[in-house]
Write a protein of this length. Structure first.
Length: 158
């Protein structure tokens, strides 16, 4: 996936303010991450929060093993990771690969998207997420529920 990577001062400030000190526990750090979302995380959280994504429950900045997942759906064992510019560096790529191997060993599927793709390919990304969710944990929603929310097009209301 080729993408133009965009950054903002706010995103950089949020990331730099969310560094885990040696005395901070994982839950406190996760809370700090949730308070300091990047623009990309805010955007995707708007799509996923409050079961807005066809009733699937997502959590954000979830501690999982020794890692933190940007977004996680326990029902489907699906993680969504957003990659900013720092993920293009070899050291970070190596960490991402280690994280991916661990998640695969735990049965978690990961979808990764570059931040810059989120606005340009919004519909495609939502459809990818939906297809993966449905393939891993299909929801049997009655037709009247879907029509009320999406008018026969499961993605249109997203």
């Amino acid at each position: 996936m080729l993408a133009t990577i965009t950054t903002t001062r706010d995103a950089q400030a949020a990331w730099s303010s969310a560094t885990m000190s040696p005395h901070m526990d994982r839950i406190t750090f996760a809370r700090q991450l949730r308070r300091n979302l990047t623009w990309a995380e805010r955007l995707v959280w708007r799509w996923l929060r409050d079961r807005r994504f066809e009733g699937y429950k997502f959590k954000r900045q979830v501690p999982y093993g020794s890692w933190f997942l940007d977004f996680f759906c326990p029902e489907a064992s699906l993680a969504i990771e957003l990659d900013g510019r720092q993920h293009g560096f070899p050291a970070q790529r190596s960490l991402d690969e280690s994280k991916e191997k661990y998640l695969v060993s735990m049965g978690v599927k990961t979808l990764r998207f570059w931040n810059g793709e989120l606005r340009r390919r919004e519909r495609e990304i939502k459809e990818m997420i939906f297809r993966e969710l449905y393939s891993r944990a299909p929801h049997l929603c009655p037709d009247y529920w879907r029509q009320g929310r999406a008018g026969n097009d499961a993605i249109s209301s997203l």
